[in-house]
Design a protein around this ligand. Structure first.
Ligand SMILES: *[C@@H]1O[C@H](CO)[C@@H](O)[C@H](O)[C@H]1NC(C)=O
Ligand SMILES: *[C@@H]1O[C@H](CO)[C@@H](O)[C@H](O)[C@H]1NC(C)=O
Ligand SMILES: *[C@@H]1O[C@H](CO)[C@@H](O)[C@H](O)[C@H]1NC(C)=O
Ligand SMILES: *[C@@H]1O[C@H](CO)[C@@H](O)[C@H](O)[C@H]1NC(C)=O
Ligand SMILES: *[C@@H]1O[C@H](CO)[C@@H](O)[C@H](O)[C@H]1NC(C)=O
Ligand SMILES: *[C@@H]1O[C@H](CO)[C@@H](O)[C@H](O)[C@H]1NC(C)=O
Ligand SMILES: *[C@@H]1O[C@H](CO)[C@@H](O)[C@H](O)[C@H]1NC(C)=O
Ligand SMILES: *[C@@H]1O[C@H](CO)[C@@H](O)[C@H](O)[C@H]1NC(C)=O
Ligand SMILES: *[C@@H]1O[C@H](CO)[C@@H](O)[C@H](O)[C@H]1NC(C)=O
Length: 583
């Protein structure tokens, strides 16, 4: 069925094909939730960092040799001890790590970002992490902190005399001492061409000019890249008279919100850029993967302004660098795991925040102990119930328009309200779930209104399909689990089309058919309360608020066994779908 939609069958199996000297490739090269890319080229390997807000571990680093296949190699933030207690103290629902800048200087990688703790008290601080080996997650340092006076998106620019300058939103420039975290007086150097939220600055020095490239217009449909230059790092900066240099605003392109770019040069001296883009069309209603990272070629002649190719699904530009053997698996590769005691938690799995208890690997599969907070949480309650102290959920970003995800879940709840299942999770206020829950007859009677409560206190298992939408409220439906399915693993299945998720359940043994438990529009997990983030597909376990403190009363355990995610196609224009580029 979905396969019928794949039009570009002929070019399906090559990510790169040559037209004369130049190459053609598909965007987004780093699909799924990868906002605010910042990238460097070091010795024929390209590295990018992206923003992850509350998610843990956070600030992933990707590496690529050919600019097309990007492999996750580490997370900059992977230990609570790097900033003790910060995750559970964060009240902003889209707080956490904002747009990072990744740079390489004197043999070391540096990542600057701000951490947003609260948007009510405006509690924001700057951080710089460093590492000599970004392939080793444990080597990322604890951060030095610095004061950004609430401004976001710190850049890192070392001038020829080794002075380090940090530009931040606004746009302001100040020096930073990495030994002490002390900053110089901020000076205003530009405020863009009049768009709202001038932010995401990056400074480059080329042909004795200082170029200041920024994002403006806000991160939605008006987003754009503009540029100015000066012969002095402190200004005055003269804007380019043909700004914006990159945008899709006011177009009917499928790729929208193009902006927040960073530029780098390959080993052949060709310039490239990465930026964020949203596959939504100008309707801007269906984009469950949020802001993704797109690659564009740049022509930057000596003494001239850079010329950037507009971001589209099919791109043509400089010859792509050759593949080397070193990069390995890519972001678009399928998941296929049979979790057992010897398995490791896959590197690309993330939690919504630091969890109260991490999942662990056992002979029965990946074990998750339910949290009292469910995926939504309760407002104005203790932190264990609001989700602020973590939620029992782990998953991987949705990276394809069309995909199928299945997991075999072994879960036999003894207590009412104990629930485990799968979710398409954007935020606590926008998610789509299929759980297995234990409910007593009377609760079920109240639920369905028409069912008679026998009042014998007996409970049984139901499939619980739920749509939680900040725009449209909650849809909740219970369907009895067939009697002979219980006590064994049940396969839960999510099929994604370009507009809809369909959720199924089946028994992993026996011949009973698959039950379609529910269907939900992808618009539920597009924007809304999660305009900065993207959908994550995975498993959850909760006791829906029962008990006290941070433990559920019964500690029923959910085991996620065989876990598969297979991408089946990417939509790259309003009418074109392509097969996932072959690895
Ligand atoms: C660059 O990479 C090559 C091949 O991997 C390696 O032999 C060389 O040592 C690297 N050079 C630097 C400066 O890291
Ligand atoms: C977390 O909040 C507590 C209570 O307000 C405070 O004492 C502590 O310093 C905070 N920790 C961090 C890392 O912000
Ligand atoms: C850059 O401008 C600053 C501030 O006006 C000035 O002190 C400095 O000398 C200038 N640098 C150069 C290289 O012109
Ligand atoms: C190759 O790509 C570059 C970068 O986009 C562009 O400037 C150049 O015109 C292209 N050459 C041809 C022959 O298309
Ligand atoms: C890739 O390798 C081929 C064959 O060695 C070479 O001709 C070509 O120039 C290389 N391309 C780049 C971009 O380095
Ligand atoms: C069912 O609804 C009735 C009336 O609202 C309420 O009194 C009762 O507590 C409910 N029972 C359960 C088990 O939720
Ligand atoms: C979904 O795909 C169909 C079939 O190609 C297409 O007609 C429709 O416009 C697409 N919807 C969206 C929101 O992209
Ligand atoms: C909310 O419901 C309206 C009316 O059915 C629909 O048009 C809209 O797309 C829905 N919004 C979301 C985010 O699902
Ligand atoms: C989620 O948990 C809260 C209490 O923490 C509860 O009020 C709410 O009903 C739960 N949601 C579901 C779908 O059970």
């Amino acid at each position: 069925m979905q396969h019928m939609l794949i039009l570009s069958w002929a070019i399906a199996f090559c990510a790169k094909f040559v037209l004369g000297e130049n190459s053609t490739y598909y965007n987004p090269v780093l699909s799924g939730w990868h906002s605010d890319p910042s990238c460097v080229h070091v010795n024929r390997t390209f590295y990018c960092a992206t923003s992850t807000f509350l998610a843990f571990p956070g600030i992933p680093i990707y590496a690529s040799d050919d600019l097309i296949r990007w492999r996750l190699i580490s997370h900059v933030w992977s230990r609570n001890s790097q900033i003790p207690g910060i995750s559970w103290n964060t009240t902003a629902t889209q707080g956490g790590f904002y747009a990072p800048t990744l740079r390489y200087h004197n043999g070391e990688f540096y990542v600057a970002s701000v951490y947003v703790v609260s948007t009510v008290d405006i509690d924001v601080f700057g951080v710089v992490f460093r590492s000599t080996d970004p392939f080793d997650e444990g080597k990322w340092s604890d951060p030095i902190r610095f004061d950004t006076s609430w401004r976001i998106d710190p850049d890192l620019f070392w001038d020829d005399d080794d002075t380090l300058y940090v530009a931040t939103s606004g746009i302001f420039l100040q020096t930073l001492d990495l030994d002490t975290g002390s900053v110089g007086n901020p000076i205003s150097i530009w405020s863009g061409t009049g768009g709202e939220s001038p932010e995401g600055p990056h400074i480059y020095k080329k042909d004795s000019w200082y170029y200041l490239m920024i994002a403006e217009g806000g991160t939605a449909l008006n987003h754009a890249v503009t540029i100015a230059r000066s012969t002095n790092v402190t200004g005055p900066y003269i804007p380019y008279d043909q700004n914006p240099v990159l945008t899709n605003r006011g177009t009917d392109e499928y790729f929208q919100t193009v902006g927040h770019a960073d530029l780098f040069r390959d080993a052949n001296g060709h310039w490239w850029g990465m930026c964020l883009a949203t596959r939504s069309g100008p309707e801007y209603e269906v984009y469950p993967m949020g802001r993704e990272a797109a690659l564009f070629p740049v022509t930057w002649d000596e003494g001239e302004w850079p010329v950037m190719e507009p971001v589209r699904g099919i791109m043509s530009g400089w010859e792509l660098p050759n593949k080397t053997a070193s990069v390995g698996l890519s972001n678009s590769d399928p998941d296929h795991y049979h979790f057992d005691a010897d398995s490791e938690i896959p590197l690309h799995f993330i939690y919504p925040r630091i969890p109260p208890r991490k999942v662990s690997m056992t002979a029965n599969g990946m074990q998750m102990i339910p949290t009292r907070s469910n995926l939504t949480g309760a407002r104005d309650e203790e932190a264990e119930l609001t989700g602020q102290h973590g939620i029992g959920f782990i998953g991987r970003p949705q990276t394809h328009t069309l995909f199928e995800f299945t997991v075999d879940l072994l879960f036999t709840p003894r207590a009412v309200q104990e629930e485990a299942g799968v979710s398409i999770f954007l935020t606590q206020y926008d998610h789509i779930d299929l759980g297995i829950v234990s409910i007593d007859e009377c609760t079920y009677a109240n639920y369905t209104k028409y069912h008679q409560c026998r009042g014998d206190g007996g409970s049984r298992m139901y499939f619980h399909f739920q749509i939680q939408s900040s725009a449209n409220g909650t849809v909740s439906r219970l369907t009895p689990v067939p009697e002979d399915w219980v006590t064994r693993a049940i396969r839960l299945d999510i099929m994604a089309s370009n507009t809809t998720y369909t959720l199924f359940a089946s028994s992993v043994v026996g011949t009973d058919g698959r039950i379609q438990v529910g269907q939900a529009p992808s618009s539920v997990v597009s924007g809304g309360s999660g305009s900065f983030v993207g959908s994550v597909i995975g498993g959850f376990a909760t006791c829906n608020g029962a008990g006290i403190g941070d433990s559920c009363p019964h500690q029923d355990i959910a085991y996620f066994q065989t876990w598969k995610y297979v991408g089946m196609g990417q939509q790259i224009s309003s009418t074109t779908f392509v097969e996932t580029p072959a690895a």
